[in-house]
Design a protein around this ligand. Structure first.
Ligand SMILES: Nc1ncnc2c1ncn2[C@@H]1O[C@H](COP(=O)(O)OP(=O)(O)OP(=O)(O)O)[C@@H](O)[C@H]1O
Ligand SMILES: [Mg+2]
Length: 306
């Protein structure tokens, strides 16, 4: 197949692994910086150019779109979709997953377990908002945060109020969750490809820390998932409409709870920890979803009568 990977940086581990896995399997692959793709939109006709040349014949696109370029990146991906290319994660699905409040609403709407979550806009409502959530400890999270930045554990109600006040003072968007203490500072990353969890790792926060992010010193190890964890991860990805997803779970007394569904999950941590060829699984999935290429058969040339 003729494949494009939308990525801002060819040197990233995930991008390099996808390129290598595609080439190993005999596919043609190009890495395109989404910010260098530009497009023409006209009734019923869609074009994409890249660094002065038209992009044609691309059958499949694997998007690796960072949060900072979500809008432009998904517009480029949508243009590819309109031109008939297949993508495991559509522009709509990526936008859905990037909107954390919407993601929580969609998952909860399908009965998928989540830590109880509240959010509100007006400072006058803070007390009632926290009452709605229940007793502390609470976890207050910046909506735009990542790698554990802006994720705060408040043990007392007064601390929750102060953190919320501080975030509001900075005009930051945040949500507040019940703290799942029994998760013991650990979460589980399930890597979903199609209808399988191809790899999973357990991430344990360092002592004295409740955030298990590897960037904050969390330790990753292999883990065996329960049937409930597998099916929760698969259902969460499906609800978001993502064929490739990193689903983060907390192990709670009431079963697996979804923390996040990531539409561009990194490959380095999961491949390093599990030794699974996740990049290969993604490429195989994409190739299997393409309509079979019809081999051109040579028509017998009619013999000319002498
Ligand atoms: N409600 C909670 N109860 C217990 N621990 C939590 C809770 N929410 C988050 N954590 C811990 O904090 C870590 C960071 O939180 P979270 O994953 O929500 O934010 P992030 O990693 O900064 O952002 P994102 O994963 O959305 O990019 C989680 O991996 C988990 O270990
Ligand atoms: Mg996280």
């Amino acid at each position: 197949m003729k494949l494009a990977i939308l990525s801002r940086n060819t040197k990233l581990y995930s991008t390099q692994r996808l390129v290598a896995a595609a080439r190993e399997r005999g596919h043609t692959v190009r890495v395109l910086d989404p910010l260098r793709c530009y497009m023409k939109i006209a009734p019923g006709s869609f074009h994409l150019n890249y660094k002065g040349k038209p992009l044609t014949g691309i059958q499949a696109v694997i998007p690796r779109i960072g949060a900072s370029v979500t809008r432009y990146g998904t517009a480029v991906l949508r243009q590819f979709e309109l031109m008939g290319a297949y993508t495991p994660n559509s522009s709509d699905a990526i936008l859905r997953a990037r909107d954390k409040l919407r993601c929580h609403q969609l998952l909860a709407g399908q009965g998928i377990g989540l830590p109880a979550t509240v959010f509100g806009d007006n400072p006058d409502d803070t007390d009632d908002l926290l009452r709605l959530l229940g007793k502390p400890p609470h976890v207050i999270k910046l909506i735009e945060g990542s790698q554990g930045n802006g994720v705060v554990l408040a043990e007392r109600l007064s601390a929750s109020r102060s953190v919320i006040e501080a975030f509001r003072g900075l005009y930051a968007n945040f949500l507040v969750q019940e703290f799942i203490g029994e998760a013991g500072g650990a979460d589980i990353r399930c890597f979903v490809v199609g209808d399988q969890v191809v790899a999973a790792m357990h991430r344990q926060a360092e002592a004295g820390e409740f955030r298990s992010n590897l960037h904050r010193g969390g330790q990753a190890s292999r883990v065996r998932l329960t049937a409930a964890e597998k099916s929760t991860a698969l259902r969460a990805a499906k609800v978001m409409g993502l064929e490739v997803a990193g689903v983060d779970l907390l192990r709670s007394r009431s079963g697996p709870l979804v923390l996040e569904v990531n539409s561009s999950p990194g490959l380095e941590g999961i491949e390093g920890t599990t030794k699974v060829d996740v990049a290969g699984a993604i490429i195989d999935h994409v190739a299997a979803r393409l309509p079979p290429v019809r081999k051109r058969t040579k028509r017998p040339v009619a013999k000319r009568k002498k």
